[in-house]
Design a protein around this ligand. Sequence first.
Ligand SMILES: C[S@@+](CC[C@H](N)C(=O)[O-])C[C@H]1O[C@@H](n2cnc3c(N)ncnc32)[C@H](O)[C@@H]1O
Length: 341
Amino acid sequence: MKLDLPIVDDTSIWDSWMAMLNVPAISAAIELGIFESLNQEPVSAEVLAQKLDYKERAVRALLPFLGHLGFLNEYGGTWKLTPLAQHYMLSDSQFSWGGIFRREGRMMKRHGLLIEAITGKKQDQDGRDRPAESWESGQVDMDMAREVTAFMHSHSIAAAVGMTKTIDFSGVTRMLDVGGGSGCFAIALAKLDKNNRCTVLELPAICELANDYIADAGVADQVDTTSIDMFREPWPDGYNAHFFSNIFHDWSFETCRELTRSSFAALEPGGKILLHEMLLNDSGNGPYPANAFSLLMAIGTMGQQFTLPQLREILGSAGFVNIDSRNSYGYYSIVSGEKPA
Ligand SMILES: C[S@@+](CC[C@H](N)C(=O)[O-])C[C@H]1O[C@@H](n2cnc3c(N)ncnc32)[C@H](O)[C@@H]1O
């Protein structure tokens, strides 16, 4: 099976998918008094989180997102209501849309999940769905593995093929795809050059599924899987690149530092670390898709999207040098670093 680059990128689909957060973001902000509080006193995300006893990670993701929707402006780190929010988001305004959003919010699962992420208080709702809790424990059952791997494959396959057309992979001949999911990135790299060898490092149930994706792609002679819990078990050696796609954004800064240290220790000297992520700009307040993805991470994982300076600091402090970043496909970038030879 050939993997050609699609003739249109998938950014419009990302926009439609992320738009699912628009209503829950507004309804949660109304319910939690965020518009009222910023109207009384414009403050930074950190101060607002402290003042209302909310989780800073979620508030940091929410405020720029509300900014993109036209409700907030940021000046020197301080968030202030726009006229749109003053007219329609405050409960004592004669034009308040509160009646709509309170009802809509009640009917949406992500409203409750967002309230939970912001307040840290469990909401009484069915079907809580946070694969990251299973990932943290290293225990994922087959039903969840099948659903989540298919989900990841859908959002990553075009980016996987795309990156092989835009990024220079010369010298990357033995790649460990850490948390590689369906194996789509390893498959794309194998298709780039028949001499490339890749291993997908994953939890056991996901390895089983990835083996099918690899066989279907016809690259089983170049790509294999290894069943390893990246937090609890030693990493294999013999690789000249470690690839992490959408892995760092699942975890706290401290956990990302731990993963970076494990990578640095196991990589061959002169080897590369490659992070495939949707980057925030340096202020953290844009672009919209990365802010939206960060909000989704606040709801479903322990992580957030990163700025390039944040990733530079994490990689640099583990010993990586020549840290660089390039747009790879659609909204994605690859941040690379080298282990000194
Ligand atoms: C957000 S998905 C990314 C999948 C793929 N890299 C992509 O971008 O499509 C995170 C992946 O990390 C894997 N993972 C999570 N915890 C892990 C652990 N403790 N050890 C190994 N893999 C883990 C999950 O199984 C999942 O496939």
